[in-house]
Design a protein around this ligand. Structure first.
Ligand code: INS
Length: 611
């Protein structure tokens, strides 16, 4: 076995040395064979032959070996790594030979279509959580012939978050059992029923029930849409494609505020506002009648033919043989969780999620980021910004909400361009300190502004424009910008943290954390303002943002450019921040060099560990 390991390592190094420009033999992509197709054929032949040889020798239980081929590389540029040497070793591998096949990173119209159709769920998430503040103003006496009490308004608002929390817990398992696409189509039905209940409501409870049912749809969509996108995306732009969902989300909120402002004074305008939400729902449902599920879901179900079919449509210029190998590989990495019925399966998955160290680390990161997103106060600020802006002379709170949610949208767009290039980790480490700084400035400004909360309304010491008020406005916008750039967007990349067998349940827990956090913060914000003052409240959010920076610094590895299957090896024996940064950097170099030579059809994917 030992000899075979050494031989395999040598084989792997020889075969793929040209993909590792910084490796010991100084292989250079440009210096390797120029005949792309013949080298590929040869490669495939060797791989097949080699795999056959090794399959028979493979031990039953997979363990990543640590005494593997020692390709040592000096790390330059990055100060964290410049004193370190790194060892490159194969991933998911008990015998040092397996490689993860990856494709050219070009994006096809088919992938774009799937991404846009899936991310309509993001739009509905944003629109449905966004329209309610304007709707509550224009509902006036339309329900039960009386003005809604403050408590009733809270119930109508919170019902959607509660509905989302309930379905998000089971949506991941449902996605594994029934498929991602059927679940999204089911969420469309929830949106439809929820909207119809609201449009036709003349009673408070019917309206609240409609919001709850709509929330069921939001919970499912908020989880499955990013999951769907991350499973179909080419790795180098997976972050970017997933941000499209966030773009639709924040765009949906912006449009909801815009439409809300326009319909505020229209009789029954709120019914139109709710009715508009039917358009995206119907569109998504219709498109999905003609589109497939993700290849990884088909592999989970053992339907390898359909997985191949979807991959072929996604990577049009890739040879069938490579597609076949990719599907075989996904199948061999797919260890499905036992359990006859969904409840037993769910239980097994929960156990697997908590007992396998890499899964548990993924869970800490996934839930941690979602909790940070909510407990740094963004959603309460969205509601509260209207009141704050009024204190400095702006009377139109809808216009103010548009400015704040517009900033959220614009900076999500900037995140779209940065997330794969700069990396998720760096934009988080820029965003969170930026938020901390902005929140501290707001807390100080509130102290000098002398604002007090009496019941649900704010009492300000001096009315009209005040310089501290202007400081607050500016820094709330700065806060919105840093929020959208990092923590508003990155947590929704959660699917990439979990391996296939627990991806559903892992993303469920992370999404449920988001909705639970949103419920808690929305329902305690006013109480906080009253009891610990705005300065105390903003200081609390600043402290959470500051601690979160430390959490991300130590626990959030760089995952941009890594295959979904590679992430677990990074999390196997720690958070491996340095190793993840080195691997992400290597992947980017490989792709850049491969693209320059138009020849990177598949590459060995290897783990880099610190030595
Ligand atoms: O990522 C989104 C986005 O930042 C929204 O603006 C916010 O309302 C949601 O709660 C959050 O999950």
């Amino acid at each position: 076995m030992k000899t075979s390991i050494a031989a395999s390592s040598r084989w792997a190094r020889d075969r793929f040395s040209h993909f590792f420009p910084s490796s010991a033999n100084n292989g250079d992509i440009g210096a390797s064979s120029t005949d792309q197709s013949s080298s590929q054929e040869e490669e495939l032949h060797h791989r097949k032959h080699h795999n056959e040889e090794n399959n028979s020798m493979r031990p039953k239980k997979s363990r990543v070996s640590t005494s593997t081929m020692q390709i040592q590389t000096r790390q330059d540029e990055d100060e964290d790594e410049d004193d370190g040497r790194i060892v490159i070793k194969p991933v998911n591998d008990e015998d040092d030979t397996s490689v993860i096949i990856t494709f050219n990173q070009s994006i096809s119209p088919f992938i774009i279509t799937l991404t846009f159709v899936a991310s309509i769920s993001g739009f509905m998430f944003g629109y449905d959580t966004g329209y309610i503040s304007s709707a509550l103003i224009s509902i006036n006496k339309d329900l039960d012939n009386k003005v809604l009490t403050y408590g009733e308004k809270e119930i109508i608002t919170a019902a959607t978050s509660l509905g989302a929390l309930i379905t998000s817990i089971g949506a991941g398992t449902a996605a594994d059992v029934f498929g991602r696409r059927p679940c999204l189509m089911f969420s469309n039905l929830m949106f439809l029923i929820g909207a119809i209940l609201q449009i036709t409501a003349h009673r408070f409870w019917q309206m609240a029930a409609g919001r709850l049912v709509m929330g069921f749809g939001v919970g499912i969509g908020s989880l499955i849409s990013p999951l769907f996108i991350s499973e179909i995306a080419p790795k180098m732009i997976r972050g970017r494609l997933t941000v499209i969902n966030s773009l639709w989300l924040t765009g949906g909120q912006l449009i909801a505020y815009g439409c809300g402002a326009g319909l505020n004074h229209v009789n029954n305008g709120w019914r139109i506002l709710v009715g508009l939400s039917l358009i995206p729902t119907v569109l998504q449902f219709s498109f999905f009648c003609f589109l497939p599920d993700t290849p990884r879901y088909y592999v989970m179900k053992g339907d390898l033919e359909r997985a191949k079919m979807v991959l072929k449509r996604s990577y049009v210029d890739t040879e069938d043989e490579i597609i076949d190998q990719k599907v075989d590989e996904l199948a061999s990495l797919n260890q499905s969780i036992p359990g006859k019925n969904p409840i037993i399966k769910f239980w097994h998955m929960v156990k697997e999620l908590h007992t396998v160290p890499s899964n548990f680390r993924a869970l800490i990161i996934g839930c941690g980021l979602q909790a940070i997103q909510q407990f740094t106060g963004w959603n309460s600020l969205m509601y509260f910004s209207g009141t704050i802006f009024e204190t400095v002379g702006f009377k139109n709170s809808s216009a103010v909400s548009i400015i704040v949610s517009g900033t959220n949208f614009v900076f999500t767009l900037i995140a779209f361009f940065c997330i794969d290039k700069i990396g998720r980790r760096y934009i988080l480490l820029i965003g969170l300190p930026g938020m901390t700084m902005a929140l501290v400035v707001c807390a100080i400004a509130f102290h000098f502004l002398g604002i007090k909360f009496d019941g649900a309304s704010a009492v300000v010491a001096s009315s009209g424009f005040s310089s501290w008020g202007i400081v607050i406005i500016i820094f709330i916008i700065v806060y919105a910008a840093f929020y959208a750039l990092g923590i508003g967007t990155v947590p929704w990349q959660q699917s990439e943290l979990f391996p296939q067998n627990v991806r559903g349940v892992g993303t469920s827990f992370a999404t449920a954390t988001n909705w639970a956090g949103s419920l808690v913060i929305a329902s305690t914000f006013l109480t906080m303002l009253q009891n610990i003052t705005p300065t105390g409240t903003f200081s609390f959010f600043a402290a959470v943002a500051c601690l979160s920076t430390i959490f991300c610094y130590f626990c959030y590895p760089e995952l941009s450019g890594l295959e979904l299957e590679e992430v677990q090896t990074i999390l196997k024996d720690g958070f491996n921040i340095k190793a993840s940064k080195a691997l992400a950097k290597k992947r980017k170099q490989q792709v850049a060099q491969g693209a320059a030579h138009h020849k990177l059809k598949f590459e060995p994917t290897q783990e880099i560990v610190e030595s």
